[in-house]
Design a protein around this ligand. Structure first.
Ligand code: GLN
Length: 190
């Protein structure tokens, strides 16, 4: 069974680890560079992308993680994790992995709609629609030619895949629906 690293510096990592474990994979909390040895995939959770990015730099993990992803390791980022994966972050020079050819706008739904849940049409996962929880969520305002848009809200991408990189603006780890994590484990060859 695949060993899925869950970046555990900050944010909603426990829920991701639980989802992965429930599906029969091994979850390993990654808190320092050495913990990345032997993992087959990585999940970057929601939280605060600037904080997580700074910690990745301080711990010397940002460049090694980027290399692993560029070498083909499957990675899934949700919310702040999505932001960290993007090549361009609107109005921000915060540290990032930059492996996803996309432009992201943070906190894109504004103050009035801090968080919400919606039944999201996500054809790749079949029916019924996915119960997507958005919390101060980003959207992608531009995607490159190799990026496949899996779901949109009001015409803007909120779930995408570029080869071994999967990213969602929402938090599937906060709902009992495991289809998104199962989809990611399939990307890990399982
Ligand atoms: N607003 C956060 C950020 O910009 C992301 C929110 C989340 O991960 N739930 O980093």
């Amino acid at each position: 069974k695949p060993c899925v690293g869950v970046l555990a510096l900050q944010g909603a990592f426990r829920e991701h680890a639980a989802s992965v474990t429930r599906l029969g994979a091994e979850a390993r909390e990654v808190r320092q560079l050495g913990h990345m040895d032997g993992i087959d995939a990585m999940i970057i959770p929601g939280g605060e992308s600037t904080t997580m990015g700074k910690l990745l730099v301080e711990l010397g993990m940002l460049d090694p993680l980027r290399r692993r992803i560029e070498d083909g390791m499957p990675v899934y980022g949700s919310c702040a994790g999505l932001i960290l994966l993007c090549r361009e972050i609107e109005n921000s020079d915060q540290p990032r992995l930059g492996v996803l050819d996309a432009v992201v706008r943070r906190n894109a739904f504004g103050r009035q709609v801090d968080s919400f849940e919606t039944e999201l049409d996500l054809p790749e996962l079949g029916m019924p629609p996915f119960p997507a929880v958005f919390i101060r969520a980003p959207v992608l305002t531009g995607v490159g030619p190799r990026v496949r848009v899996l779901a949109e809200v009001k015409g803007q991408a909120v779930a995408v895949r570029q080869d071994n990189v999967l990213a969602t603006s929402f938090h599937p780890e906060l709902t009992p629906d495991t289809r998104l994590h199962r989809y990611f484990l399939e990307m890990c060859g399982n």
